[in-house]
Design a protein around this ligand. Structure first.
Ligand SMILES: Nc1ncnc2c1ncn2[C@@H]1O[C@H](COP(=O)(O)OP(=O)(O)OP(=O)(O)O)[C@@H](O)[C@H]1O
Ligand SMILES: [Mg+2]
Length: 229
């Protein structure tokens, strides 16, 4: 699903954010990405979203070399990928329903279809009762769930989550990770999660890639999750 071959990204002289990185991530995998600040995690996501171009190397998504996607086709390519961030990035003047609906309106989906798919996306995240609420009326955990609903409403093949629990308390953070795990298990979405929460990562028993100074220093395969009995 995601395949990097000797990818490097330098922003300017001396800043090598990604160095000669090769990774292979299968369709339907759930992968944690950890590493100190500045190790290149967000840069990797920007490369996958084609917001920036690598300095060298090749990136394949769904078998396609994304370097070859023309500017005109980038919006279509990005529909394959849902993204969520630490700061939620919801629109304060839009209610929950409209925040999610907007992700469909901008790509020209008809109102009739939006009326079907938004409630489904919200129900999946346990937000059916909050459709008419505004972001400032929601807890951090709820806001992040709205952001996940928005990222998932167009059924992306890949979900990128850049520190999705960075701004929420520990209990809610666990809930968000469990929701991502469930989306991965039930829908089969390939999910990459950047996090600093080592405890949570250990409990989940998923593949863990550790980055340092733009390089992968460890790639631990999936383990059985530690049971909570
Ligand atoms: N637009 C940019 N211009 C120049 N340098 C940049 C730019 N974006 C990132 N960098 C540099 O690239 C390196 C990797 O940054 P990146 O944001 O990918 O790190 P990160 O692992 O996401 O860190 P954090 O955990 O703090 O979010 C850092 O040294 C950073 O300063
Ligand atoms: Mg980052």
């Amino acid at each position: 699903m995601i395949h990097l071959e000797n990818v490097s990204k330098s922003y300017e002289e001396g800043i090598h954010a990604i160095r000669n990185m090769s990774i292979h991530i299968e369709k339907g995998e759930f992968v944690f990405l950890i590493g100190h600040s500045g190790s290149g995690k967000s840069t990797l996501f920007k490369l996958l979203l084609k917001e920036i171009e690598p300095t060298s190397g090749e990136i394949y998504v769904d078998g396609q070399n994304i370097k070859k996607i023309s500017k005109r086709k980038i919006p279509q390519y990005r529909r394959k990928i849902g993204a969520i961030f630490q700061d939620f990035r919801l629109l304060d003047d839009y209610n929950v329903y409209d925040n999610v609906a907007l992700a469909q309106r901008v790509i020209g989906i008809r109102t009739k279809e939006i009326r079907n798919s938004v409630p489904v996306a919200l129900a999946r995240l346990g937000l059916s009762e909050r459709q008419r609420s505004y972001p400032n009326q929601l807890s951090g955990g709820e806001q992040q769930r709205v952001a996940i609903a928005r990222a998932m409403v167009n059924n992306p093949e890949i979900l990128l989550a850049d520190e999705p629990t960075g701004n929420i308390d520990k209990e809610n953070a666990k809930g968000i990770m469990q929701l991502l795990e469930r989306i991965n298990r039930e829908i089969g979405t390939t999910i990459l999660v950047v996090t600093h929460d080592r405890d949570l990562v250990e409990k989940m028993g998923k593949r863990v890639i550790i980055m340092k100074d733009g390089e992968i220093i460890s790639d631990r395969k999936k383990e059985e999750p530690i049971s909570e009995t």
